[in-house]
Ligand binder design. Sequence first.
Ligand code: 3MF
Ligand code: MG
Length: 345
Amino acid sequence: MAAAKTSYKFTFGPWNISTGRDPFGPEVRKELAFAAKLREYKKLGFDGVQFHDDDAVSPDLIDGDPAAIEKAATKMKKILDGEGLFCEFVAPRLWEHPKTIDGGYTSNSVSDRKYAIERSKRAIDIANVLGTKDIVLWLAREGTYIREAKDPMASIGRIVDAVNAMLDYDKTIRILGEMKPNEPMDQAYLPTPGHWLGLTYRTNEPSRVGVLIESAHSILAGLDPSDDMAYVLWHGKLWSVHLNDQNGLKYDQDKVFGSVDLRRAFNTVWVLERGGFNGCVGLDVKAMRSTKPGDQTKHLSNSRQMFLRMLEVARSVDAEKVEAFRAERDYEGLEMYVLQKLMGK
Ligand code: 3MF
Ligand code: MG
């Protein structure tokens, strides 16, 4: 096992400060200007920003001239530098554009698939300007509402082709898959980190294809986030995480880290520590719709605080004691030891 880190870098995306709009009701808070959001990062104890391509470059430019895209990204880089922030990754937003209605890489339309790959290449251009090597793919609409809608085997091949096109386009970038089992699709292709991990080895350069795991996505798949993370850490492919929490198998809730299940949060932090996790700690959390505008960033600082508090708990665990419980097969004792830790004893 790699040595434990002494410190962690924290990041979030601009979408984590939001208006409270949901499928059943409109905004309850005003959209904060991007520049104003950036000013919040340091105050909240965060170091870096996660970007969708059209967060970094205005959506009006995203389908246009690559030179104009680079120019806009250069402007964004200056703003980031001015705030003392770094860019963790860029993710092509392949789920809002009219050409991605049927998915991006797995769309049944040849021209729409081409659009998705071209747009991903532009995301790489933006990443280069913003000074990051990491591209994140959340395969939002790569799936179906009805099983018969797409050829499931051809679809997997198309995802691999798209990843290869990106790896070929830039010989230094890394691609991180952020898998989610459902929402917005009924059923997603590659629904878990394990599915994506298997596919990484079939790409042209497996050493440049890794994984971002989001706690809520594992929970929605009925899996334990810390076991998913341990599996991917073992492969040396856990390059980023999105920590949050989730109350059962519902829509993606993005609750404050540790707010539903403290023990699950403990195991997550414990695994990241023991596995020598080396990436950024992203907190993909959402404020409650009932949150007042003045409190709209509390969920972010609270999640960071939960992580740091859990880190203290994880670091206070006596590894020899744990081994002794294991050797005696005294899991009742081990459980109480962990519960006492969680209760501050
Ligand atoms: C959806 C997500 C996404 C990704 C983001 C970066 C909008 O459940 O988690 O957030 O994190 O697109 O890849
Ligand atoms: Mg996420």
